[in-house]
Design a protein. Structure first.
Length: 133
């Protein structure tokens, strides 16, 4: 009989005791046992399917259970979809507005820069003139 089967025969308290003992002796052993117990599903509600019943409830809340996010109330679902669509449209419009604002600010800064260079007679105005040789 292997160690895991023997501990299983004693139940969860045996696994927890061995894990605590592992942490006391050398912490990586305890950590490895904890990881094994979670991975193998020996900790009860910590199953691979997303924390058992808690995961199912969380999945229903966030629309992860395959029902495509339906709340069961058709009027509310339509309202929610319309609101989300409106918010997405507003977000796109706002992003476009910010892009236009950045472009206008960049253009104004560039125009100011060029005006300053022209008024100083800087290198830009000298490079623009053809050199006679």
């Amino acid at each position: 009989m292997d160690i895991a089967a023997k501990l299983d025969s004693f139940g969860k308290p045996a696994w927890i005791a061995v894990m605590v003992l592992g942490f006391i002796l050398f912490w990586p052993i305890g950590l490895a046992l904890l990881g094994y117990m979670i991975w193998s599903g020996r900790m009860g509600f910590w199953k691979r399917d997303g924390f058992g019943e808690f995961g199912k409830a969380r999945g229903r809340w966030y629309g992860l259970d395959g029902s495509k996010g339906s709340s069961g109330n058709r009027a509310f679902d339509e309202y929610r979809e319309d609101t989300l669509r409106r918010l997405e449209d507003e977000q796109k419009e706002f992003q476009d507005f910010l892009e236009r604002l950045r472009h206008a600010r960049d253009k104004a800064e560039f125009d100011q820069f060029m005006a300053d260079r022209r008024s100083r007679g800087g290198p830009a105005s000298e490079e623009a003139r053809p050199q006679e040789g």
